[in-house]
Design a protein around this ligand. Sequence first.
Ligand code: COA
Ligand code: ZN
Length: 301
Amino acid sequence: MTDVQICEVGPRDGLQNAKHLMPTPAKKAWIEALAGAGLREIEVGSFVPPKLIPAMADTAEIVAFARTLPGVKVVALAPNLKGFQRALEAGAHKVTFPVSASRLHSESNVRMTPEQMVEEVRGCARHPHPGVEIEGAVSTAFGCTLQGAVPEEDVLRIAAALAEFCDCVALADTVGYANPAQVKRLFRKVKSEIGQKLEGAHFHNTRGLGLANALAAYEEGVRAFDSSMGGLGGCPFAPGASGNVITEDLVFMFESMGIHTGIDLEALFKARGLLTSAIPEEPVYGHIPLAGLPKGFRQHV
Ligand code: COA
Ligand code: ZN
């Protein structure tokens, strides 16, 4: 048993925003190495129109491959019923829907208002999906580069609506606007509204506060975190969005605090090697991979 559950979103959030396309065989090798390092939840791609995001065109093949990796929960993002049906056909274990609390981001990202998107997800939840988990992710929950401030009431209203028919709800800081005090306040408020349905925290490191925000969420009782290897990531439809909280650094933070992630750091560095050799021109980040583990550091995997 682990103390926290880390979902690696690099193959989706990371590669959707990368300038360089990762070939399908390299994606498979990378995902296999991530699973080998102990990641038990991997968001492997999205079911969006391939014309819109060519890097996600092979998601069905990637989902089918990831399903062969023992013990891995295979997650895919879908923006609408068509994407959900494609995800079900491919065999995803969990499907996550981005529901922006910002009207402008929602319209830019999925061409629907937040209210329309909530109804789209409700329709998906009504569609038969035996054994498949549905997550409603409230995007731009902490602010938006298009709209600016996002009222907390809007986040609460959307989270409460999603909690009616989703298995779990996550709060996402799509553009890296959150700070730790805000994270604590909003997670507490949403939790008081929807209780245990509130699960995941999805942070971006755009302004350097990714780890601080993750720790703040942990202190509020959050135990499920998204992160991206090498700090890849960002929504192509949110101006100024950049990489997710960095998996390597997040795992190190938790492990150094004695919080068990189930992830082997040395094996994680090997997976990073596969990522950087597959798309060598793509900038990657991370403190712990560059500095190395502290002398005498022992991890109990
Ligand atoms: N997968 C594949 N094709 C899809 C699709 C999906 N999920 N959803 C729609 N399409 C196809 C339609 O069949 C249609 O094809 P056609 O032109 O051959 O008839 C075309 O795309 C347009 O469909 P429409 O329903 O009008 O979509 P849209 O152009 O209004 O776009 C979304 C709406 C939601 C599909 C699009 O905005 C989207 O994919 N957004 C997500 C973007 C994203 O990945 N953001 C980052 C992650 S949060
Ligand atoms: Zn993201």
